[in-house]
Design a binder for this molecule. Structure first.
Ligand code: NAD
Length: 311
C-alpha cells in the first residue's frame, strides 16, 4: 500500500510536537487526521497543511469519537498529555488525560487493528539520574505525577502487546523548536529566557547555572517517530535526545549573543532540581538509523526568529 492510501492519526496533532509530525506526514503523502481538543494546540500550528488534513476537535476521553477517528487507520501517534506542573495542580488529570487517555488510544487501536502506535513518553521516567549518559537500561524512578503517568502508560502498552498491539515508545528528552509555547503551567526555559531578555528583566539562574540539559530539536523528534513508524521494529523503547549537553548558563549566553541583548542574570540558591540529564542514543541510532541533524545554535536561532514575531 502506498503512503497516500495510508491513514495516520495524530492525537495532540495541533500541539508543538504533533503539528511538526503532521507536516512531515503530509509531505510524505499520508492521509493525516488530527485529533485534538485545542486546550493547548492551535489551528495556526496547522496552517501550512490544513487543506490537506482532517481536523477533529475532540477530547481524548470521548472514547466513541476517538474510536471512530482511529477506525481504518494504519498508524497512530499519541501525543496528547498534560504537563508536569499541570499534573501537580490537577492530579486527577494525570490519571484521566494521561493514563485513561492512553488506554483509550490503545483500545481504539486494537479494535481498528492499527499496524503500530507511536507513543511520546518522557526521559523523566528515569527520575534523578544515577549515571550519564542515560541509556534505556537506566533504573526507572519517576518522581512526579507526570512521569508516573508516562511510565504507567508505557506498562499499559507493554501489557496490551499480549493482545497483539504493536507499539514504539519514545522517551523524549528536552524538546525545543518553533511553536513551543509557554503558559501558566508549562514554561520552557528557552521561551522564558527570551521573554526576560525582551522585557529587559533579569533571568533567574539557580545555583551557578551549571545544570545541563539534553536539548533535542523537534525536527529530530519527528525524524525518530517517522523512522519508528516506517521500520519493521516494534514493541521497543527508545531514548530521543541529541546526546549533547548545554548548561543553563551557556543557553542564556547563546540567547544573549543571538538577540544582542545583554542582561546579567540573578543567581538564586539551587532548588531540588536534576543537575544533568543526557541521553545515550546508541540504541535508536543502531536500530532505527536515527541521527540528530539540528545543531543547537541553528535551532535556537530559528526559535528566536519565531518568538520575535510572536512577542
Ligand atoms: N515538549 C517536550 O519537551 C516533551 C518532552 C517529553 C515528552 N513530551 C511529550 O510529547 C507529547 C507532545 O508534547 P508537546 O510538547 O507537543 O505538548 P503540547 O501541549 O504542545 O501538545 C499536546 C496536545 O494535546 C492536546 N490535548 C491536551 N489534552 C487533551 C485532551 N484531553 N484531549 C485532546 N487533546 C488534548 C493539546 O491541545 C495539545 O495540542 C506529550 O505527550 C508530552 O508529554 C514532550
Amino acid at each position: 500500500m502506498s503512503s497516500s492510501s495510508k491513514k495516520v492519526v495524530v492525537t495532540g496533532g495541533a500541539g508543538f510536537i504533533g503539528s511538526h509530525l503532521v507536516e512531515e506526514l503530509v509531505n510524505r503523502g499520508y492521509d493525516v487526521f488530527v485529533y485534538d481538543n485545542f486546550s493547548r494546540g492551535r489551528r495556526e500550528n496547522l496552517k501550512n497543511v490544513e487543506d490537506k488534513i482532517t481536523i477533529v476537535n475532540g477530547d481524548i476521553l470521548e472514547f466513541d469519537l476517538l474510536k471512530d477517528v482511529i477506525k481504518d487507520s494504519q498508524y497512530v501517534f499519541h501525543e496528547v498529555a498534560v504537563c508536569a506542573n499541570y499534573c501537580n495542580a490537577f492530579p486527577d488529570a494525570s490519571v484521566s488525560c494521561n493514563l485513561q487517555g492512553t488506554l483509550n488510544v490503545i483500545k481504539a487501536s486494537l479494535e481498528a487493528t492499527v499496524e503500530k502506535v507511536m507513543f511520546s513518553s518522557s526521559a523523566t521516567v528515569y527520575g534523578i539520574p544515577i549515571y550519564q549518559p542515560i541509556d534505556e537500561q537506566h533504573p526507572l524512578n519517576p518522581i512526579t505525577l507526570y512521569s508516573i503517568s508516562k511510565l504507567a502508560s508505557e506498562y499499559y502498552f507493554r501489557f496490551f502487546s499480549q493482545s497483539g498491539l504493536k507499539y514504539i515508545i519514545f522517551r523524549n528528552f528536552t524538546v525545543y523548536g518553533i511553536r513551543q509555547t509557554s503558559d501558566e503551567y508549562y514554561k520552557p526555559v528557552i521561551v522564558e529566557f527570551f521573554k526576560k531578555l525582551l522585557t529587559r528583566t533579569k533571568p533567574v539562574l539557580f545555583g551557578d547555572g551549571s545544570q545541563s540539559i539534553d536539548f533535542v530539536h523537534v525536527f529530530d523528534v519527528v525524524q525518530a517517530n517517522i523512522l519508528g513508524m516506517e521500520s519493521d521494529i516494534y514493541n521497543e523503547v527508545f531514548n530521543v535526545g541529541s546526546q549533547t549537553s548545554l548548561s543553563i548558563k551557556e543557553l542564556l549566553n547563546l540567547l544573549k549573543d543571538i538577540t544582542g541583548i545583554d542582561i546579567q542574570p540573578e543567581y538564586r540558591k539551587a532548588q531540588n532540581i536534576v543537575q544533568q540529564r543526557i541521553a545515550n542514543i546508541s540504541k535508536i541510532r543502531e536500530m532505527l538509523g536515527y541521527n540528530p541533524t539540528v545543531h543547537i545554535k541553528d535551532g535556537i536561532k530559528d526559535e528566536v526568529n519565531y518568538l520575535s514575531k510572536r512577542f
